[in-house]
Write a protein that binds this ligand. Structure first.
Ligand code: KIV
Ligand code: ZN
Length: 513
C-alpha cells in the first residue's frame, strides 16, 4: 500500500503525550482535545491506554462515543486483559482501533520481558488474533524497533500481518535512530517481508537526539504511510515527533516528499494553544510553526523583503497554520443564546441547564471587567466553571491580599474543606507567595511546588491571566490551572485545583513499565 500518496496522521498527544510527567489531563480536557483533533481532521486519535486506570478507560470510552470522523484508538500491551479492556472502551466507536505492542530488541526481550524471541513472536501473534476478534482495525508495534534485529523484525511482522494486523508500527522508542539508517530499515522491511503489501507501515519517533521529525520524514521517503506524532511534540522524555512540523514539512515540501495529509492546517495553532493551556507546558517562542516568534520578522532587512514580496523570507503564511484566528466573539451585551451557540461551535456542550447558567453568570461577570471576550477566554471560563462545580475537597470562597511598597504582603483566605468553611492568613515574599502559604496553612498537603507560570490568555492589560501550578507529592506530579482577570485569584484557583488533583490520587499503570 506504500505507493499511495496519503500519509495517515496518527495523533498520540492523549496517550504518549500524556506520559510526560505533569501532563496528565482530566476526562473533560481530553474530550476537548479530541474534538479539536477531529476538527483538524486527524485520521487516528490515540485516546489513551484503557487498562491504565478507571479514568483512562472512561476517557477512551467517552472519546470513542463523541468522535465521529476520526478513528479512535486505545493502546494495549500484548496481554489478554489489556486487549479486552481496550475493546470494551472502543465498543461504541464509529471507527475504532486496538494498538497492541511488545518489545522486540534483544536488550528489552532479555532484561525487561525476560522472554525468548520465539515466545515474543507467539505472544504477538496471539495478541493480534485476540484483538481481531474484537475489532477489524488492529495495529501492532515493535517496541524499541530501532534497536531490534532486522531478520527478527521481518519474522515477527510477517506473522502478525498473517494474524490480521493492518498497520505495522516501527517505533524509535528511545530516540536512537538517525535518518539514513531509519529510512534503510523501513525500506528493507517493506522489500523483504512477503506480505508487506497487506499492511500500512507506520513510524513513531522520540526526540531524544532532536531527530524525531527528521527520522519520521526519512521513513515517509522510504515508504511509511502513517506517522505517529503529538501536538507541540509533547511526549515521554524529550517528546515525540511534532505533528505541526511533520504536517507543514509535508505540505511545504511536497515537491521533495511527494505525499500529502488531510489535515486542516488552520486548526494547528488553536490545537497547540489548547494543549499548552491544558497541560501547562508553555510553547517556546522560537518553536517551529506554533512558537510566538515563528512568523515574526525582527530584522529590518527581512521586514523590508517581506513587505515587498512575502516569499522573500516566508515559506508558509501565518494564516495557513491558524495564527490570527483569535476573533473577538462576544461582549457585554451578548445573550445566553449567543453564548451557548459559540460554545457549541467550539465543541463544548453543557450536561445540565444549571451548568450552562453558572457558566453564563461567570461570562457576564467577566464581560463587566473585560471589554472583548475571545474564544480563549470562553474556553478558560468553562474549565474554571467546571472545576468550581466539581465535588472536590477544597474550594476557594474568598481571598484578600494586601500588598504595598515597603510592607510584607499578607493574604487572608477563606476556603470550603469538604463543605466546611475554614480561614487562614499568611505573609509571603510576594502576594502570590502569601496566598499559597495561606492555602497551605489550611490544606497541609506538604506538596512541593515545581512550577508556577502565568500566561495572558489574550492581549491587553484586561486579559485574563491563566496560571499553571505544578505540585509534586510522593512521586505524583499534577498541574493545576486557574484563570481570572486578577492573577492572584487565578493563582489561588490553580493551586487549589492542583491540591484537588493530588487528593483524587488517581493511580495509573505505565504501558512501558
Ligand atoms: O515509544 C514507543 O515505543 C511507544 C509504543 C508503545 C508505540 O510509545
Ligand atoms: Zn512512544
Amino acid at each position: 500500500m506504500s505507493d499511495n500518496n496519503k500519509v495517515i496522521i496518527f495523533d498520540t498527544t492523549l496517550r504518549d503525550g500524556e506520559q510526560s510527567p505533569g501532563a496528565s489531563m482530566t476526562r473533560d480536557e481530553k474530550l476537548r482535545v479530541a474534538k479539536q483533533l477531529e476538527k483538524m481532521r486527524v485520521d487516528v486519535i490515540e485516546a489513551g491506554f484503557a487498562i491504565a486506570s478507571q479514568g483512562d478507560f472512561e476517557s477512551v470510552k467517552a472519546i470513542a462515543e463523541a468522535v465521529q470522523n476520526s478513528t479512535v484508538c486505545s493502546l494495549s500491551r500484548a496481554l489478554d486483559a489489556d486487549i479486552d479492556r481496550a475493546g470494551e472502551a472502543l465498543l461504541n466507536a464509529n471507527s475504532g482501533r486496538i494498538h497492541t505492542f511488545i518489545a522486540t530488541s534483544p536488550i528489552h526481550m532479555k532484561y525487561k520481558l525476560q522472554m525468548q524471541p520465539d515466545q515474543v513472536v507467539a505472544q504477538a501473534v496471539h495478541a493480534v488474533k485476540r484483538a481481531r476478534n474484537l475489532i477489524d482495525d488492529v495495529e501492532f508495534s515493535l517496541e524499541d524497533a530501532s534497536r531490534s534485529e532486522l531478520d527478527f523484525m521481518c519474522r515477527i511482522i510477517e506473522q502478525v500481518i498473517d494474524a490480521g494486523a493492518r498497520t505495522i508500527n516501527i517505533p524509535d522508542t528511545v530516540g536512537y535512530a538517525v535518518p539514513e539508517e531509519f529510512a534503510y530499515t523501513i525500506r528493507q522491511l517493506i522489500e523483504r517481508i512477503p506480505n508487506a503489501d497487506k499492511a500500512i507501515f507506520s513510524v513513531h519517533c522520540h526526540n531524544d537526539l532532536g531527530l524525531a521529525v527528521a527520522n519520521s520524514l526519512a521513513a515517509v521517503g522510504a515508504g511509511a504511510r502513517q506517522v505517529e506524532c503529538t501536538i507541540n511534540g509533547l511526549g515521554e522524555r524529550a517528546g515525540n515527533a511534532s505533528l505541526e512540523e511533520i504536517v507543514m514539512a509535508i505540505r511545504t515540501r511536497k515537491d521533495m516528499l511527494g505525499v500529502e495529509t488531510d489535515i486542516d492546517t488552520t486548526q494547528i495553532v488553536p490545537a497547540s494553544r489548547l494543549i499548552s493551556s491544558v497541560t501547562g507546558f508553555p510553547v517556546q517562542p522560537n518553536k517551529a510553526i506554533v512558537g510566538a516568534n515563528a512568523f515574526a520578522h525582527e530584522s529590518g532587512i527581512h521586514q523590508d523583503g517581506v513587505l515587498k514580496h512575502r516569499e522573500t523570507y516566508e515559506i508558509m503564511t501565518a494564516q495557513d497554520v491558524g495564527w490570527n484566528t483569535n476573533r473577538m466573539v462576544l461582549g457585554k451585551h451578548s445573550g445566553r443564546a449567543a453564548f451557548r451557540s459559540r460554545l457549541d461551535e467550539l465543541g463544548t456542550t453543557f450536561a445540565t441547564d444549571a451548568e450552562l447558567n453558572s457558566a453564563f453568570a461567570r461570562f457576564k461577570e467577566l464581560a463587566d471587567k473585560k471589554h472583548e471576550i475571545f474564544d480563549e477566554d470562553l474556553m478558560a471560563l468553562v474549565s474554571d466553571t467546571r472545576a468550581a462545580a466539581a465535588s472536590e475537597k477544597f474550594k476557594l470562597s474568598s481571598l484578600a491580599v494586601t500588598s504595598q511598597t515597603g510592607e510584607t504582603p499578607l493574604a487572608k483566605v477563606v476556603m470550603q474543606v469538604e463543605g466546611e468553611e475554614v480561614q487562614a492568613e499568611a505573609m509571603g515574599s510576594g502576594p502570590v507567595d502569601a496566598a499559597f502559604k495561606a492555602i497551605e496553612a489550611i490544606a497541609s498537603s506538604e506538596a512541593e511546588l515545581q512550577l508556577y507560570s502565568v500566561n495572558a490568555i489574550t492581549q491587553g492589560t484586561d486579559s485574563q491571566g491563566e496560571v499553571t501550578v505544578r505540585l509534586e507529592n510522593g512521586g505524583r506530579i499534577v498541574n493545576g490551572l486557574g484563570a481570572d482577570t486578577d492573577i492572584i485569584i487565578a493563582s489561588a484557583k490553580a493551586y487549589i485545583h492542583a491540591l484537588n488533583m493530588l487528593d483524587a490520587n488517581i493511580q495509573k499503570a505505565h504501558p512501558q513499565v
